[in-house]
Design a protein around this ligand. Structure first.
Ligand code: RB5
Length: 146
């Protein structure tokens, strides 16, 4: 399951991502928002990431979109259990999974065009965590929560 959230500056790109997920038959849940009425991105991050964590399902992940991807990623990373990565293209998306095992990718609608954003989502979904030395490092990241 893919958990989607955005603020008012990201709902258009989120809509494009939803259309892409539908074309590839991926399951998703959309936690808003759906129009340009201003909302606060920490709320979107909290609601979407809590839903992801409550599901406790391996392989599930979140995609968050705001204007830059930055604010919503900062908020998401305050939530224990979330490893959120700002991704701007297919390479950063690949690395976010391969090396960081990010369970949340954050994209900026005002930064990354639709075509590039969709290739980033595709690459993230196709990539597996490499493990090994990267697992040790990710474990150390998670230990910082305690
Ligand atoms: C909203 O105007 C904007 O600040 C927000 O979407 C995001 O870019 C924050 O990091």
């Amino acid at each position: 399951m893919i958990y989607l959230g955005s603020d008012h500056a990201g709902y258009r790109l989120k809509r494009e991502i939803i259309a892409y997920l539908e074309t590839v038959g991926a399951s998703y849940k959309d936690y808003g928002c759906t129009d340009g009425e201003p909302v606060d991105y920490p709320n979107a991050a909290e609601e979407t990431c809590n839903a992801l964590l409550e599901a406790k399902a391996d392989g599930d992940f979140a995609i968050l979109v705001c204007g830059t991807g930055i604010g919503i990623s900062i908020a998401a990373n305050k939530i224990n259990g979330i490893r959120a990565a700002v991704v701007t293209d297919a390479f950063t998306a690949e690395m976010a999974k391969l090396h960081n095992n990010a369970n949340c990718i954050c994209i900026g609608e005002r930064v990354t065009g639709v075509g590039v954003a969709l290739t980033a989502v595709k690459k993230y979904m196709e990539t597996d965590f490499e493990g090994g030395r990267h697992a040790r490092r990710v474990d150390k990241i998670m230990a910082l929560e305690k």
